[in-house]
Design a protein around this ligand. Structure first.
Ligand SMILES: C[S@@+](CC[C@H](N)C(=O)[O-])C[C@H]1O[C@@H](n2cnc3c(N)ncnc32)[C@H](O)[C@@H]1O
Length: 241
């Protein structure tokens, strides 16, 4: 390609980007949507999401036996060892590896859809990094939606589970309700992101609302809560006696 043709191509590309930006601005003006309106619309959508979640007031019996821990690694140190465990939402396997190292589970089941662009590569990464655990039949992979995969396990199958998927109110509540019958009588349900949301990306979570509703409706209590300074806490629940 000649130098002139190359320069022409670059100029055309720049002009196309410029036109696209102008068209987007015109489109917004035609829609009458200023940036102020856009922000207001997004705030209203986030508020509507929060307003759609049921608020539950817990009783003292749900919290009085709870111990605060500095972080979720310490939580793993407290969890039963040589157990049958599920991590629901495993991404790239970083926390799965922590579970393997700290808890030496008899079986670790990873449940994840690995569907989004962000997490797709996670499955490949896990298969590569944890190949020994897979061939030793300790690590089991279940690709699919949590609410479709978890019901396929028999009742009381797990000693404990750790939930860390999309953190929405609806999904978290459904996962908790399914796990209620899938963990043993003395089993635990733990999970990540017991907080109101992601303040960097402005994404509201429903984990607090789902967990508190679940505790009250299904008679579970807090056993541990972590208090990391980044504010993305983990919880661990057990049945009320
Ligand atoms: C925050 S990441 C998990 C991080 C991981 N637990 C860790 O600490 O390293 C969330 C994962 O949940 C998965 N996920 C999101 N929604 C899901 C759903 N409804 N069912 C199954 N997996 C889901 C995503 O594919 C992603 O891998």
């Amino acid at each position: 390609m000649s130098v002139i043709a190359f320069i022409l191509l670059v100029l055309i590309a720049v002009a196309m980007v410029f036109v696209a930006i102008r068209l987007r601005k015109i489109e917004r003006r035609l829609k009458g949507e200023s940036s102020k309106n856009r922000v207001a619309r997004r705030v209203a959508a986030r508020k509507a999401k929060k307003d759609g979640m049921e608020i539950t007031d817990l009783d003292l019996r749900h919290t009085e036996n709870c111990k605060l821990l500095p972080n979720r690694e310490m939580l793993l140190n407290m969890m039963p060892k040589d157990a049958v465990v599920a991590e629901v939402g495993s991404a790239f396997g970083d926390f799965s590896n922590e579970i393997l190292q700290r808890c030496a589970p008899k079986q670790l089941h990873l449940v994840d859809s690995w569907a989004s662009e962000r997490y797709q590569i996670g499955l490949k990464t896990i298969k590569k990094n944890l190949a020994d655990e897979i061939s030793a039949d300790r690590l089991h992979i279940h690709q699919g939606l949590s609410t479709e995969v978890l019901p396929t396990f028999e009742g009381g199958f797990f000693d404990w589970v750790y939930i860390d998927t999309n953190h929405s109110y609806e999904t978290t509540l459904e996962e908790l309700l399914i796990c209620d019958s899938k963990v043993s009588e003395t089993g635990r349900i733990a999970g990540h992101d017991f907080c109101t949301g992601n303040v960097i990306d402005a994404v509201p979570y429903g984990v607090v609302e789902a967990v508190t509703k679940f505790c009250k409706d299904r008679n579970w209590q807090f056993e541990y809560l972590t208090v990391e300074s980044h504010g993305h806490f983990s919880f661990c629940l057990r049945r009320l006696g």
